[in-house]
Design a protein around this ligand. Structure first.
Ligand code: SAM
Ligand code: SF4
Length: 342
């Protein structure tokens, strides 16, 4: 990615645009028990298991990031909770929460396995989680996820709340699909004291059949629809990501809008992504990646790994080039969202 070979190994992680990198999103598997139509094609080819980093290697990788300035870790996928023995990895990461080196250990999940794991996640120090759900209609849910069962996810949401986890729902805003559920979704979350974030559909990977530009529902339109029923107050909350937040005065709940298409908030980006095979992507919307598996395996010390992380961050691009304004999938990535974990 970059020819830079020497770094200040004691400095924090600062990219070429003076952005401090403090947030790692780690995909622990590319596999999933759903096949959401905007995320995966029906017949996905998955990585051979032998290519994956072991849980011990993932621990070393995350611990190295944490030792050089990462203080927030999100586990994602594919579906992170389908990776075998993943709870032992969460348990291992809890030591960084206990030591205070990590401010937050969290995950993004489709919710299908939460009934099994919600309590264990809480005891590993997880306090807030994101659950993805695009519709509250069982038939539409089966249609959009191809393989998913709404009932199981609703059960998972209840299990998470009962375990004491704070839940935020993530909903991909899809024109002609969930436009008419805007208020149902909002009410569903308000009743459970959950925040709700809408995401604009991004051009990631070839899906064969779906028309992404046709699916795109711009979130400024969604916001205007919300205003017909509620009073919205813009909040100053920032997470270093593309989300902007508002409060619904009548219910007190927080609504997030992730708008990579209508607004580009890359200037405050604080994150990098690592795949389950140890590729680091420093931008979700650019093709470039660097390999961390080889330096991780090359030495028992973490020095080559740390140098490779610093080298990748020293080449972090300014931002993505997603753009539907010309009626096509401008800035489209060849990889699927499940590869880098969203
Ligand atoms: N399987 C987990 C889940 O669904 O929450 C974690 C991985 S999934 C790739 C992470 C997030 O990316 C989900 O909220 C999903 O809805 C979102 N996503 C997937 N493909 C997308 C796309 N093309 N555009 C926008 N969001 C997408
Ligand atoms: Fe699986 Fe999540 Fe992608 Fe849906 S969005 S197919 S649940 S990885």
């Amino acid at each position: 990615m970059c020819s830079v070979t020497s770094f200040d190994m004691n400095s924090s992680l600062i990219d070429p645009f003076a952005r401090e990198i403090t947030y790692l999103r780690l995909s622990v598997t590319d596999r999933c028990d759903f096949r959401c139509v905007y995320c995966m094609s029906e017949n996905m080819t998955f990585l051979p298991k032998r290519d994956l980093l072991t849980l011990e290697e993932l621990d070393r990788l995350c611990s190295t990031f944490i030792s050089i300035g990462v203080n927030k870790l999100r586990i994602t996928g594919g579906e992170p909770l389908v990776r075998r023995d993943i709870m032992s990895f969460f348990q291992a990461m809890s030591r960084h929460i206990k030591s205070g080196d990590l401010n937050e250990l969290t995950l993004t999940t489709n919710g299908s396995q939460l009934h099994r794991f919600a309590k264990d996640l809480f005891s590993a120090g997880v306090r807030r989680i994101n659950i993805s759900i695009d519709t509250l209609n069982a038939e539409k849910f089966s249609q959009i996820t191809r393989w998913g069962k709404l009932e199981k996810v609703l059960y998972g949401i209840d299990a998470a709340l009962e375990a004491g986890l704070q839940v935020k729902l993530n909903t991909v805003a899809l024109r002609g699909f969930n436009e008419n559920e805007l208020f149902d979704l909002t009410d569903f979350c308000a009743r459970r004291k959950m925040d709700l974030t809408f995401i604009e559909v991004m051009p990631m990977g070839d899906l064969g059949i779906e028309d992404r530009v046709g699916q795109y529902w711009a979130l400024n339109d969604l916001k205007d629809k919300l205003k017909t029923r509620y009073t919205l107050e813009d909040l100053p909350d920032r997470t270093g990501g593309p989300a902007r937040y508002m409060k619904i005065k009548q219910t007190g709940q927080r609504i997030g809008l992730i708008t990579p298409l209508t607004h580009n908030f890359c200037e405050s980006c604080n994150r990098v992504r690592v795949t389950c095979t140890g590729e680091i992507y420093t931008c979700l919307g650019q093709e470039g990646s660097a390999d961390l598996r080889e330096p991780l395996r090359a030495s028992e010390t973490n020095i080559p790994l740390e140098a490779a992380i610093r080298r990748a961050i020293a080449a972090k691009p300014l931002g993505h080039d997603f753009d539907y304004s010309r009626g096509d999938e401008g800035g489209k990535m060849s990889r699927h969202m499940s590869h880098t974990g969203g």
